[in-house]
Design a protein around this ligand. Structure first.
Ligand SMILES: NC(=O)C1=CN([C@@H]2O[C@H](COP(=O)(O)OP(=O)(O)OC[C@H]3O[C@@H](n4cnc5c(N)ncnc54)[C@H](O)[C@@H]3O)[C@@H](O)[C@H]2O)C=CC1
Ligand SMILES: O=C1[C@H](O)[C@H](O)[C@@H](O)[C@H](O)[C@H]1O
Length: 337
């Protein structure tokens, strides 16, 4: 196969972004069909990509003329769409999260292992970000000594429509949940989730910010601020503190401005620009691996561990911030390397 024929399910914000990047920027793949439960959304993306609209996800997944599927539907739809791809033995790139609860991810793992082929990549694109990769290179090289602490902040300008307190963990914090264990190369041992004073900027009923606290098996302590109504910008921070120093995630570089006795730089306002290169690298690697018939990125097991960690963070939060142990099973050989 020289070119991957891709079907895309879910033509909203990131679905449109991914469709256009596959069609116009990336190599060795093209979007051949899209679908959305809101047909108008699919028609808009189909026009931009000069591809067809299918009435249902099944028409895309079952089409023998489509080699692989991209799932960019909203979170609760991921599990069933991924299961259907596995049942049709179709390679699938599923945007995070793999599932909104661990039990859904477990069903995906069982089905994928029963099918005998690893087919699923999960859209944890922070692992493909240049800044995080530079941090990991320094940490792995012993540049700051053994990691002791990790401080993260995941700040958005405003919470999207319908965002719930659980979504803050399963949809937003899920990035740091996947990323930090990859960054320090350690599994998680226990979690806590705290909620304190809520911002007046948060919509009624949404306690925002929340604070996730995670301890790894070697004792590294991780704190993640999740603040969806920060207002000042889309601000992603990460600092790893080691025995002999610290390393920070570099801010995106913008030209410094001096004006009216002030100096500073602009800030990003959303994810699509902040991580635009990471999405490109992530999806180009997915395309090239899928053409070779392999998966090499974050897989269903990574999606499961993230979902399990999120489940227990929510449980801790709802039980007043109690510390809860994660008794995660060993990664099956099927999901190693
Ligand atoms: N990796 C990242 O940084 C980001 C990941 N995402 C993830 O991507 C997914 C989509 O997010 P957004 O584009 O922001 O949402 P969105 O709400 O803009 O788009 C979702 C689209 O999926 C459609 N849809 C929902 N259920 C469907 C189904 N069963 N079949 C077909 N279409 C369906 C909706 O009609 C909507 O058009 C979410 O899972 C989100 O977590 C979103 C933003 C950034
Ligand atoms: O994946 C994402 C983005 O990275 C944003 O930071 C989150 O706030 C958003 O909810 C989520 O879908």
């Amino acid at each position: 196969m020289n070119e991957l024929r891709v079907g895309l399910i879910g033509c909203g914000a990131i679905g449109k972004d991914h469709a256009l990047r596959i069609q116009n920027k990336l190599q060795r793949a093209r979007i051949v069909a899209v679908t959305d439960v809101v047909r108008e959304s699919a028609e808009k993306v189909a026009q931009l990509c000069d591809c067809t609209v299918r009435d249902t996800a099944t028409e895309i997944i079952a089409d023998p003329e489509i080699d692989a599927v991209v799932v960019t539907a909203w979170d609760p739809a991921h599990k069933e769409l991924v299961l259907e791809c596995i049942e049709h033995q179709k390679f699938v790139f599923c945007e995070k999260p793999l599932a909104t609860e661990a039990k859904g991810a477990e069903e995906i793992i069982r089905t994928e292992m029963q099918g005998g082929n690893r087919l699923v990549q999960v859209g944890f694109m922070r692992r493909y970000d240049k800044g995080y990769r530079q941090m990991k290179e320094i940490i792995d090289g012993g540049g700051i000594g053994a990691p002791l602490l990790v401080h993260c902040a995941h700040r958005n300008v405003a919470s999207g429509k319908g965002v719930t307190e659980d979504f803050m963990i399963t949809q937003t914090c899920i990035h740091e949940i996947d990323l930090t264990k990859w960054l320090v190369d350690d599994d998680y041992d226990s979690v806590r989730c705290l909620v304190g004073r809520t911002s007046k900027e948060a919509p009624d009923g949404l306690r925002d910010p929340q604070m996730a606290l995670i301890r790894t098996k070697s004792g590294i302590c991780i704190d993640v601020e999740i603040f969806l109504n920060a207002r000042f910008g889309y601000d992603i921070q990460c600092q790893v503190v080691g025995e002999r120093g610290t390393v920070n995630l570099p801010d995106p570089s913008y030209p410094p401005i001096r004006t009216e006795a002030m100096k500073g730089t602009q800030l990003c306002t959303d994810w699509s620009i902040r991580f635009i290169e990471a999405y490109d690298v992530e999806l180009q690697e997915w395309i090239d691996n899928t053409i070779q018939g392999i998966t090499a990125g974050p897989n269903s097991w990574d999606g499961y561990i993230a979902a399990l960690t999120a489940d227990l963070l929510i449980k801790s939060r709802d039980e007043g911030g109690a510390e809860i142990k994660l008794n995660t099973p060993e990664r099956p050989v099927f999901y190693q390397n």
